[in-house]
Unconditional design. Structure first.
Length: 141
């Protein structure tokens, strides 16, 4: 399990990805799933860095682990990101109209859309003045 509080700045992204990768490698995560997780972890972390504390800086508390396989169920990677920035529920964010061309589509929203589509579970809650986003992904090919 990894449980860290860090300054929410983009310079820390590599650390977060290394922590996730250590857990994924230790649990024989398939490459395709690892790539999906890296993209989603990056999206959520960078969104906090860019928007949660504007203007200014704050912290993000990150907890991640892998739930071992249970019976016929595969191992599951999970991560929670907690910040005390501006309240924002990414799960309620309107999905972009992907039928439109890139020129016709409004800017933004594709990253959160990707997280919604690639993760097995993506939840949000606002608790004790904190945004808490959680993702889960089964470690199967």
């Amino acid at each position: 399990m990894r449980d860290e509080t860090i300054v929410a700045v983009r310079d820390r992204l590599d650390d977060v990805l290394v922590w996730a990768n250590e857990l994924l490698e230790a649990n024989a995560c398939p490459r395709r799933v690892k790539v999906q997780l890296h993209v989603c972890v990056e999206e959520l972390f960078v969104n906090i860095c860019n928007y949660a504390y504007t203007p200014g800086k704050g912290e993000v508390h990150i907890t991640m682990d892998v739930i071992p396989p249970q019976g016929d169920e595969p191992a599951v990677f999970w991560m929670e990101l907690e910040d005390s920035g501006v309240p924002f529920d990414p799960t309620a964010h309107k999905d972009p109209d992907i039928t439109l061309s890139a020129e016709e589509r409004a800017i933004g929203g594709l990253g959160i859309f990707m997280v919604k589509k690639r993760m097995d579970s993506f939840t949000y809650r606002f608790e004790n003045g904190k945004n808490i986003s959680r993702i889960e992904k089964k470690l199967v090919a």
